[in-house]
Design a protein around this ligand. Sequence first.
Ligand code: F6P
Length: 308
Amino acid sequence: MNAAIRAVVRACIFYDLDVYGIYRGYDGLIKGDLEQLYVRSVSNILSRGGTFLLSARSSEFRTKEGRQKAYDNFKANGLDALVVIGGDGSFTGADIFSNEFDLPVIGIPGTIDNDLAGTDFTIGYDTACNTAREAIDKIRDTASSHDRLFFVEVMGRDAGFIALNAAIGGGAVAMIVPEHNWSIEALVSRLRKGAANQKASNVVIVAEGCHLGSSYDIAEKVKKQLDHYDIRVSVLGHMQRGGSPTTLDRVIASRMGVAAIEGLRDGMSKVMVGIVNNHVNYTPIGEAIKTVKRLDAEEFRIAKILSI
Ligand code: F6P
């Protein structure tokens, strides 16, 4: 997200526009915690995770009074438009705010979950996938040498994008995602087949929001049917949400930041910038939030073929 902020700031200055950074997300707008940014305000931030503006969630912005205070500060500081970087929650807030006070907003998708329609990638997703895949590579060493079955839980409250990507890139025997109604029986049968085929090591990826419960619950149920396995669970957690971003993340974030400012200059509002088939794309914010983005069917099929 720092790369996106840097791009927004530099694109504004390139086009002779003043630009302000708002600290701590919507809370900063409510409290008037904002300042003008310049070309050098965003030097040396590309390699840092999170955002230097310390963006976070705001419960006060969910209230009409909170949004009124935010609007008052917006006007008092002479602002004309708002760029919002975030996921579902941030965009729902942006949509309501923009409708209530009739002001231009443009969204940039930033969530490791990659669950926003209208873009192939959200900012942070590639970095999270790389972190998960790197962890799986390391776990695999113990899985192979100790002949253990590992359940690795990755993030994705309602979406299996990280899990699917990590499963293909990390060579998992199976993955359990919220979008797919798998059963313990089917998982056990996959593991039995693998054992019959002399599979060298077994790593199962579990998306945190999957319908079969937590990775610990799943491990316990599998253990009951395959008690000869030495089973371990590893929950990767918040390490997936931080750290230095990958090149892909920095590049898409930079492209989206510039596209956000160019979109505003072209009179766009209430849209989210995205990248689809490597081209910049604008989707109405309401649509980006409401449309359910599906896992890629081909990737899903590939993960299964390669798991034998
Ligand atoms: O929404 C993105 C996400 O990373 C989810 O995958 C995860 O469930 C959640 O955020 C974690 O949020 P928190 O830090 O509030 O626990």
